[in-house]
Design a protein around this ligand. Structure first.
Ligand SMILES: [Zn+2]
Ligand SMILES: [Zn+2]
Length: 138
């Protein structure tokens, strides 16, 4: 897992690199993630010490709650990041990683907020009102 992984938004204005272990992917079906992504959030995560934003053109932060901020590209609209205040890690929207991730989907949280138009599948757990804090990487 020492290989540097890269990612970007759709227009390429925001780019980032990860040079440490990424957490398995968690699907978050909370109302905020559903609104932000248009479906639900599938995110990995990494310790901040392994994370670098290499271009921040268009990177904008939005606070949907008092406890966290959400990073997106104001040019192309890509959902990028989720970060709890004071946390030592950042959640990364899995679809913004370039190439093969080598990651597995571990499970789902906030399942009771999920839309009625899809089935929640994959992974080994489905939790209800579980805080985003369970998304802490190893
Ligand atoms: Zn963009
Ligand atoms: Zn969520």
């Amino acid at each position: 897992m020492s290989k540097v992984k890269k990612g970007s938004c759709l227009c390429g204005g925001v780019t980032y690199e990860v040079n440490g272990p990424l957490r398995p992917i968690i699907g978050c079906h909370c109302t905020q993630c559903r609104k932000q992504t248009g479906h639900y959030m599938a995110a990995t995560g990494v310790k901040l010490s392994y994370f670098t934003v290499t271009s921040d053109r268009g990177l904008t932060w939005y606070r949907a709650s008092d406890t966290a901020r959400r990073g997106f590209c104001a040019t192309c609209g890509s959902t990028l990041f989720w970060q709890a205040d004071g946390a030592d890690y950042i959640a990364i929207a899995a679809g913004t990683l370039d190439g093969e991730t080598g990651l597995d989907l571990s499970g789902h949280i906030y399942c009771e907020d999920a839309g009625d138009y899809y089935q929640i599948t994959g992974g080994t757990f489905q939790k209800d009102q579980t805080g985003h804090s369970v998304e802490t990487p190893e």
